[in-house]
Design a protein around this ligand. Structure first.
Ligand code: NI
Ligand code: MN
Length: 237
């Protein structure tokens, strides 16, 4: 794929807690990793009001998939995931899915999706195999790209993603313990060649509580911008 020129496009980003967020692209609403009703911090979010056109699921862990079936059925959204999650969704009555796998790319009506490697694990809430975890690069029809890594460790493969795409921003886990922490997220931003990072996968439970001020300062010291979104809020990014 051709490396895109940097284009300044403002996008609406809405945060629903943990790693769940919605981004609007080409008049389509893209929801990522729906985990809302089990999240005590997100108890004011009404999931019946969330009507995406697409749902992206990075891996099978409960904290990324808990509300996927409900929201998919409420909205009729197309679910984009690995093959194993696609099959699981069908077994749970969600017919509108698109199976992909690591390294693969597909053109949808809003733009292109490329699945990236995530260094993590992936099983369904009942413990069964859920395929490999993934991240996604989304390139809208206007040429603007962003990256959501999913749950992952820092990996040198991020350098390839940074070389292939001109990313406007990256959505990265920063809570440590189960994924990258702040120091590794700073290194990831450098490999990805992004100046702007939206932090997710923090504060939801005890193992991933972070010091917000320290996190913001570490990014600032590296010449980077970190957004720590508030649950229920929308941002122009
Ligand atoms: Ni996980
Ligand atoms: Mn997780």
């Amino acid at each position: 794929m051709q490396r895109n020129k940097k284009i300044k496009v403002m996008r609406q980003f809405t945060y629903f807690g943990h790693s769940c967020f919605m981004i609007e692209i080409a008049s389509k609403k893209l929801l990522f990793d729906p985990f809302i009703t089990p999240n005590e911090l997100a108890k004011n979010i009404d999931i019946t009001s969330i009507r995406p056109d697409y749902i992206f699921i990075s891996h099978g862990h409960e904290d990324h998939i808990a509300d996927a079936v409900t929201i998919a059925k409420n909205s009729g959204a197309k679910c984009i995931s690995n093959y194993e999650i696609f099959v699981w969704l069908q077994k749970n009555g969600v017919e509108n899915g698109h199976p992909m796998n690591t390294g693969g790319q597909w053109a949808f009506d809003f733009g292109k999706v490329k699945c990236t490697e995530a260094v993590h694990s992936s099983s369904f809430p009942d413990g069964t195999y859920a395929g490999n975890p993934m991240g996604f690069v989304i390139t809208s029809n206007d040429g603007d790209s962003f990256y959501y890594s999913g749950d992952t460790a820092l990996t040198l493969n991020m350098q390839l993603t940074g070389e292939e795409f001109s990313l406007s921003f990256a959505v990265l886990p920063i809570g440590d313990n189960f994924t990258m922490g702040i120091e590794d997220a700073v290194k990831a931003a450098k490999l990805l060649k992004v100046k702007k990072v939206i932090g997710v996968h923090f504060d939801t439970f005890g193992f991933i509580k972070i010091d917000h001020q320290a996190a913001l300062e570490k990014f600032k010291a590296a010449g980077l911008e970190l957004l720590l979104p508030e649950i229920g809020k929308s941002y122009q990014i």
